[in-house]
Design a protein around this ligand. Structure first.
Ligand SMILES: C[S@@+](CC[C@H](N)C(=O)[O-])C[C@H]1O[C@@H](n2cnc3c(N)ncnc32)[C@H](O)[C@@H]1O
Length: 244
């Protein structure tokens, strides 16, 4: 699905420091921020966020379903608990409990049913200390008004320049699956990588109902800069969940 971890990391590492600042800011609104806090990232990919949190002195751990992503994150010098696991079954591999779990970039929507999502949320709640938080980055649907969208990402490292064009085809409320079509060009190799995958959709009500059936409650909603969402309709939001 994310075929080349190096290409993923080149594209998505820029801006990660500011992104991590935002998570720290949001967490500080709900918890006493201190360096003893332990962070867990389900679906951590190449570990781009975990690397920065570790550099800032936090204990971190992560896992991903993709063996190549985990290999990349280990080779990048990230010395922490890193292992291969599915978001619906990872708890038994953790060595301790955490204060904060976080899951940006809509990765949670790779789980395609309520059953899988509830299993995931149950596992995350069991991995957190009392009062722990789960920050979930998610784009919510508005089925009647969603239109096709396009994102363009660019990045470069050494002599490698990469461009990614991603098209999102809106889901309908029956299938609840958004189609994501990605085209990547690796310029120095003239290599083209095409991928298509599906993400489960949630409108506001579906998301609220799902969380209501889980061990969590929503205690905050923020935009990608860490500003409270209020009544604004956002393209992407960071939901802060706390165990009940
Ligand atoms: C958009 S990437 C995000 C990676 C990382 N969280 C970041 O912010 O850069 C989505 C990641 O989810 C992982 N993934 C997809 N389905 C998964 C599952 N069921 N369990 C664990 N990881 C999964 C993919 O392998 C990929 O690394």
């Amino acid at each position: 699905m994310y075929s080349d971890p190096t290409v993923y990391d080149i594209l998505h590492t820029p801006g990660t420091s500011e992104e991590v600042d935002t998570y720290l800011w949001i967490v500080s609104k709900h918890l006493q921020l201190n360096k003893s806090l332990k962070w867990l990232e389900p679906a951590c990919g190449t570990g781009r966020c975990l690397r920065l949190l570790a550099q800032r002195g936090y204990y971190v751990a992560g896992f991903d379903i993709d063996q190549e992503m985990i290999r990349y994150s280990k080779n990048s010098g990230l010395a922490c608990e890193l292992f291969e696991a599915d978001m619906i079954d990872f708890n038994s591999q953790l060595q301790c409990k955490f204060d904060i779990a976080f899951n940006p970039f809509n990765s949670i929507r790779h789980l395609h049913s309520d059953e899988a999502m509830l299993k995931h949320l149950e596992q995350v709640s069991q991995s957190l200390n009392t009062g722990g938080l789960y920050l979930v980055g998610i784009s919510l649907s508005d089925y009647d008004n969603d239109v096709p969208e396009e994102d363009i990402w660019t990045g470069s490292r050494d002599d490698c320049k990469v461009t990614q064009v991603v098209n999102y085809l809106p889901p309908d409320q029956i299938s609840r699956l958004e189609t994501v079509i990605s085209h990547i060009l690796v310029e120095n190799k003239d290599e083209h990588i095409n991928e298509t995958y599906k993400l489960r959709s949630y409108n506001k009500l579906e998301w609220t109902e799902l969380v209501a059936n889980s061990p969590f409650e929503v205690v905050g909603s923020y935009d990608s800069l860490g500003i409270q969402a209020g009544s604004r309709k956002l393209i992407y939001q960071i939901e802060v969940l706390r165990t009940i």
